[in-house]
Design a protein around this ligand. Structure first.
Ligand SMILES: Nc1ncnc2c1ncn2[C@@H]1O[C@H](COP(=O)(O)OP(=O)(O)OP(=O)(O)O)[C@@H](O)[C@H]1O
Ligand SMILES: [Mg+2]
Length: 212
């Protein structure tokens, strides 16, 4: 069911190292300073079950995981997050910010791994149960910037993927967000502050609706 919820839900998406966590933190700090109570979550994760699944997904245990199985694991985390946290918090009017959401599965498991996009969207729909971000910010960086940003950081299981994989993920993201209501592409190579300002201008507009 896609009922209108009281709160607001903001999502950051992008390639690894694109700056999603940086922007989630800047936005949540800003909104908290403004007096809002903000819930920050991440995918996979955000719940006890989600954190268990996160370890399975991101720790490289040398276990083979097919694209479809990987998709289901993300959906387990997502289904739990939506029901345990997002629906209750949004229904009581809270602001929720998520570091990645359903679009990540379309980009990574769909375009990246080659799971049919329609299948990814079907499973996403079951997991999200009508919860839809009010605003999604896609922080777009190229592979070169990704390489620089993730340098020195121990790569997780997914980050060990080839350049070709990330090219497909990026193209997928761009295709999915192009001209789509509620979705904004931001040049992720701008400074942290510039990106934050661009995010804020949209968030403030969205929140005026909440207050007004
Ligand atoms: N706009 C920016 N310009 C330059 N460096 C940035 C920018 N945003 C983030 N960084 C830096 O890039 C690195 C990755 O940023 P961050 O952890 O926010 O990205 P992420 O998308 O959350 O990455 P991950 O995939 O590892 O979760 C950090 O060192 C961060 O300080
Ligand atoms: Mg991060």
């Amino acid at each position: 069911m896609e009922g209108k919820r009281e709160g607001k839900f903001f999502v950051f998406e992008g390639l690894d190292g694109s700056g999603t966590t940086t922007q989630v933190n800047l936005l949540s700090e800003y909104l908290e300073d403004m007096g809002y109570s903000v819930l920050v979550v991440e995918e996979p994760g955000g719940t006890d079950l989600g954190r268990e699944v996160r370890e399975l997904l991101l720790e490289d245990r040398g276990v083979d995981i097919t694209g479809t199985a990987e998709l289901f694991l993300y959906e387990v985390s997502r289904a739990q997050l939506v029901r345990e946290k997002l629906i209750p918090e949004l229904d009581r009017g809270r602001i929720v910010i998520s570091d990645r959401f359903a679009l990540s599965s379309v980009a990574y498991q769909g375009y990246g791994r080659g799971v049919p996009i329609a299948d990814v969207k079907r499973l996403n729909a079951v997991a999200v149960n009508g919860v839809k971000p009010d605003l999604t910010f896609f922080l777009d960086i190229d592979l070169k910037a990704m390489g620089t940003r993730t340098l020195g950081k121990e790569p997780d299981r997914i980050e060990k993927e080839s350049e070709d994989f990330y090219l497909k993920v990026r193209r997928g993201y761009l295709k999915e967000v192009a001209n789509r209501a509620g979705h904004t592409v931001i040049n992720g190579s701008l400074s942290k502050g510039e990106i934050h300002e661009m995010v804020l201008s949209q968030v403030c507009e969205e929140l005026a609706e909440l207050n007004g």
